[in-house]
Design a protein around this ligand. Sequence first.
Ligand code: NDP
Length: 289
Amino acid sequence: MTAQIINGKEIAKKKRSEIAKEVDELKKNHVIPGLAVILVGNNQASRTYVKSKQKACQELGMHSLLIEYPETVQESELLSKIDELNHDDAIHGILVQLPLPDHINEVKVIEAISPAKDVDGFHPINIGRMMTGQDAFLPCTPYGVMVMLEEMNIEIAGKHVVIIGRSNIVGKPSGQLFLNENATVTYCHSKTKNLEEHTKNADILVAAVGRANFITADYIKEGAVVIDVGINRNEEGKLCGDVDFEEAKEIASYITPVPGGVGPMTITMLMYNTLKAAKNFQSKLQKTK
Ligand code: NDP
């Protein structure tokens, strides 16, 4: 079997054009969706991610505000900036680029963001809402995965989904979103024994490990859907996923490539969440009129 490639770039393009249309509609009502990004320090990867987020905002006609701090910034200064942004009507989404330096408490910073502007979907209120199946800002990468599957008409209900990875931003919320769609979910992690025995049972396998080409053909059931969240560099310094794409594509029914798979969906869903926050703001405005 040669797998059908799930083209994240194409799906992201389609979603972004839908978002751009909605942004235009909102602008007619004098609301320009605004995203504030806080960047601390000089981490090159963080800087690149932030640039892509700003570029996406510009392309979709959204307002983007970058606030930069040196590595030495005090936690109190960040918290007071977040408080100011929480009260700024031109800003509908606030994102603090992670990781933060060690002297800053990440949890405290995330919890300072108003849940109504938490477009990353990391605030415990949004996580709680997601877990109880209520309307919430969903974390962008797992949300992007779900949108890709929906676009490909891949059924989820009743499927056995195995997630490798249990981080708060990818693994755990991915499992929850699949559960919300009536899948049976297994989580694997670094303490899982006989990983292969679990992954071989997956109808849908999600790899969010952070290890280049870690998932080889031996881990995959014939006909499985393989979602590769990993972004790594191989020995030659080339971008690659957690899945050995060349091997896996001969076994899977569908597979996401790296690059061009999950990656483009993450920023797209951030834009979607920012639009949603702006729409919520606008409907609140209308109610108070
Ligand atoms: P983390 O490092 O936070 O989590 C990695 C997870 O993998 C942990 O739960 C860890 O287990 C598990 N793990 C590590 N080694 C093994 C192993 N040998 N067997 C089984 N499980 C293992 O990473 P993230 O979740 O933040 O990211 C994962 C990958 O996804 C990275 O490559 C990252 O760059 C990429 N990423 C991609 C995004 C995108 O837009 N496409 C967005 C975010 C991340 P344990 O909990 O026990 O330590």
